[in-house]
Design a protein around this ligand. Structure first.
Ligand code: AMP
Ligand code: MG
Length: 338
């Protein structure tokens, strides 16, 4: 019996039949970091299972308390509130994630940019009300506030500062991956022999557990898996599958913005990145969606430590998928042409 998760597009997770452990793993599902988190743990005894679930959710809560832009008391909120040029003590973990974010920003030439928050707000993606097209003067002014090169870090001192007025950092494209890495490390230290963690569609699997596969699911028949890639001791991040769209003049837009134009990205291209670093996978998936099918695939192909499956699902053409050269999916009969 296979379980196929995700219904929004043609990328999914496929679980092979579970062998062994008749009692199954211990599992907990909770709403954290603005999304649904599922953690399954395998351990030698129930005490270690309970402990590893507790430390996993403890890690999610800690990352949220440091990096959420939705709460006033996070270290990131303090950085975003501070006047331009003022050093803020954000701590080693925020500095570490900012370092990772700035590295992906640099490598993607600004397609990924952690200072994108003013744009996200301008388009109304964070407000209760209707999101909508901003006027062009406001958009131009906002673009001047989005520039990852204007973030300065003092990693030894655990401090950061934003150099221009109006700048604000959003780690929404990378923090879930970081939280997964932290949670998995804590679970291992607490005695877990295997784990499966899903944080809002970012997945990490480690140790002894029934390894899931990343699958390309036939959009016309979601029970049919066209290609499958097993995942073991890796994380998987998918970007570009939007559950909520902004609709403008009948056209749909997603919540990832192109910091170079200021416009949201149109749906139809999604990216699944596999890496031993969940933080890197998360950021790279977001970056590749901004870069688009051709440049995005090249970026992934040329980055060490990641493999990826990209998928174009245009409304009026056949689905096209492509993998980076280190991945060998096992296409099933009738696989769609690449
Ligand atoms: P993800 O779901 O990992 O692709 O991240 C999407 C989130 O990242 C959005 O909801 C924004 O908070 C943020 N974001 C949007 N556009 C960008 C961008 N170009 N670079 C970095 N983060 C972004
Ligand atoms: Mg991401």
């Amino acid at each position: 019996m296979r379980t196929i998760l995700l219904t929004a597009a043609a990328l999914g997770l496929v679980f092979p039949a579970v062998a062994g452990d008749p009692s199954g793993p211990a599992e907990e599902v909770r709403y954290v970091m603005g999304t649904l988190a599922t953690v399954r743990t395998w351990a030698d005894d129930a005490v270690a299972e309970a402990r590893s679930l507790a430390v996993a959710f403890g890690a999610f809560d800690r990352v949220d308390s440091l990096m959420s832009t939705w709460r006033d008391d996070s270290a990131l909120a303090a950085l975003n509130r501070a006047p331009a040029g003022m050093w803020v003590a954000v701590g080693a973990e925020v500095c570490g994630v900012l370092t990772g974010a700035l590295a992906v920003a640099q490598a993607s030439d600004g397609a990924f940019d952690p200072t994108v928050l003013p744009l996200v707000e301008l388009w109304g993606f964070r407000s209760e009300g209707q999101a909508g097209r901003p006027d062009s003067t406001a958009l131009r002014a906002c673009l001047a506030q989005v520039d990852f090169r204007q973030v300065e870090l003092d990693t030894a001192g655990g401090r950061a500062r934003l150099l221009r007025p109006g700048m604000a950092v959003d780690l929404g494209g990378i923090a879930k991956g970081y939280a997964l890495d932290q949670a998995a490390a804590a679970m291992r230290a607490a005695g877990a022999t295997g784990g499966y963690l899903d944080l809002g569609g970012n997945i990490l699997v480690f140790g002894n557990q029934p390894s899931p596969c990343v699958g390309v699911v036939d959009p016309g028949n979601r029970e049919r898996v066209l290609a499958a890639i097993p995942v073991q001791d890796q994380s998987v991040a998918t970007s570009g599958q939007y559950e909520r769209y902004l609709v403008l003049d009948g056209e749909a837009y997603g919540h990832i913005l192109d910091p170079r134009t200021g416009w949201p990205i149109r749906p139809g291209f999604s990216v699944t990145v596999l890496s031993s670093s969940a933080m890197l996978a998360d950021a790279m998936a977001t970056a590749a969606v901004v870069l688009g099918p051709r440049a995005g695939w090249e970026f992934l192909e040329n980055t060490a430590g990641v493999e990826a499956l990209t998928l174009q699902e245009p409304p009026d053409a056949a689905v096209r998928w492509r993998t980076t050269s280190g991945l060998e999916p096992a296409p099933e009969p009738g696989a769609i042409p690449r």
